[in-house]
Design a protein around this ligand. Structure first.
Ligand SMILES: C[S@@+](CC[C@H](N)C(=O)[O-])C[C@H]1O[C@@H](n2cnc3c(N)ncnc32)[C@H](O)[C@@H]1O
Length: 377
């Protein structure tokens, strides 16, 4: 066995945070879809599956997926939708050099209980090849099927915005993409301006495609993350794109980008994210005495002011509008309620019933059966 303290062999804290969020989201995803009776099949793709398990015994994405399916099956009276899982990785194992990574993945996956209606396949293809096959498959997806892709490369070289567009086109697919923002940020200025910068080509292509030639906001990494997110929204024509940001060392940021057309899926992801980071819901903060200032910047989003501005922005604002506003701003109904409680306490708002019953609360939820107007006094 190779002895190397490399992050590829030992799972570091930031990767654990990534896996934890991914695992939580997957369990929620399986539960949400389970309740939709007309859906009869789920496709899960893990196209950079890795080693399966790290040297310090931490579990990678493939094991996370199979354990989530197993736990879901047992938690639901030994039942689950039909699921097809596709694991791919082209690399040679660093831990067992005589094996391919995907062979290790297969060995670990085979040790985990799998319901009969779950099919798993393993391939060792180049991403550029496998993604074409996945896109073909997703173009034929039926109305009763859903798909989730986990794209977890080391860099950003392989990821093409056009391919993401094709993947998401069917409206039935969700994508979780991990991007090494820190490395992109370091090279972005150079890649876009210096023609002779070797190695900048993939980044330049990625950003030129995504930003249609516009220069991204590179004031700091957080601005860059937000700009990439907003640009993804425009480029992919999606309402819901979110990020979960992980700080590796001081000022080294990595982000999980989450793409969906589905409001419920987005809401559930937000819930999973807030669970992991009660403070800001934006990312995982590694406990670090020399905590970066930049991270503090993003934790101090003033939701209260944002909401007051929103309440001023339209004549009539309903509980549904406030639920949607919260979601679009990355906040849950409980946060919206907290701000409304404060405003109410200061006698700054009133709640007016828009149906036949008295307004006793704010009823902040999606499609709440009650309808009220919330108004600044
Ligand atoms: C960040 S690691 C994946 C980690 C894994 N998801 C986990 O949770 O443990 C990236 C993986 O992509 C694989 N890889 C890199 N370039 C690839 C390519 N062009 N095609 C297919 N696999 C590739 C590497 O072998 C590596 O295992």
């Amino acid at each position: 066995m190779a002895k190397n303290k490399d992050s590829q062999l030992i799972m570091l804290e930031h990767s654990k945070a990534k896996m934890e969020l991914f695992g939580r989201y997957l369990s929620i995803y399986l539960n949400v879809i389970k309740r939709v009776s007309f859906i009869d099949k789920i496709y899960l793709f893990d196209l950079f599956a890795g080693e399966g398990k790290y040297l310090n015994d931490e579990k990678g994405s493939a094991i996370t997926i199979m354990e989530s399916i197993k736990n879901h099956y047992y938690a639901n009276g030994e039942s689950s939708k039909n699921i097809d899982v596709w694991f791919n990785d082209a690399g040679k194992s660093e831990i067992e050099p005589e094996l391919l990574k995907i062979e290790r993945v297969e060995r670990f996956v085979n040790e985990i209980y799998k319901p009969n209606n779950v099919n798993v396949k393993f391939t060792k293809k180049e991403y550029s090849e496998v993604i074409g096959e996945v896109i073909n498959q997703l173009q034929k997806i039926r109305d009763s099927e859903r798909a989730l892709l986990f794209i977890d490369p080391w860099g950003y070289k392989n990821v093409k915005p056009t391919q993401l567009k094709q993947i998401l086109k069917n409206g039935k697919t969700e994508v979780i993409l991990f991007l090494p923002i820190y490395f992109m940020y370091r090279f972005v200025g150079k890649a876009l301006t210096d023609e002779t910068f070797a190695g900048g080509k993939p980044l330049e292509e990625f950003l030129t495609e995504l930003f249609s030639g516009k220069i991204p906001d590179i004031k700091n990494q957080i601005n860059f993350i937000n700009d990439v997110k907003e640009q993804f929204k425009k480029y992919l024509g999606l309402k819901y794109v979110d990020t979960f940001t992980i700080e590796r060392e001081t000022n080294q940021f990595f982000s999980l980008f989450f793409f969906t057309n589905n409001k419920t899926g987005f809401y559930k992801m937000l819930d999973a994210k807030w669970d992991l980071d009660e403070e800001s819901g934006r990312g995982f903060k590694i406990v670090n005495p020399n905590q970066s200032l930049m991270f503090d910047e993003i934790t101090s989003v003033d939701y209260s002011s944002m909401m007051k501005d929103f309440l001023k922005s339209k004549q009539v604002i309903t509980n549904q509008d406030l639920f949607d506003f919260g979601l679009d701003s990355g906040f849950l109904p409980k946060h919206t309620k907290k701000v409304l409680d404060e405003l109410k306490h200061k006698n700054l708002i009133e709640v007016i019933s828009l149906d036949k019953e008295d307004a006793r609360s704010y009823y902040i939820d999606d499609n709440h059966k009650r309808k009220v107007q919330i108004k600044l006094k």
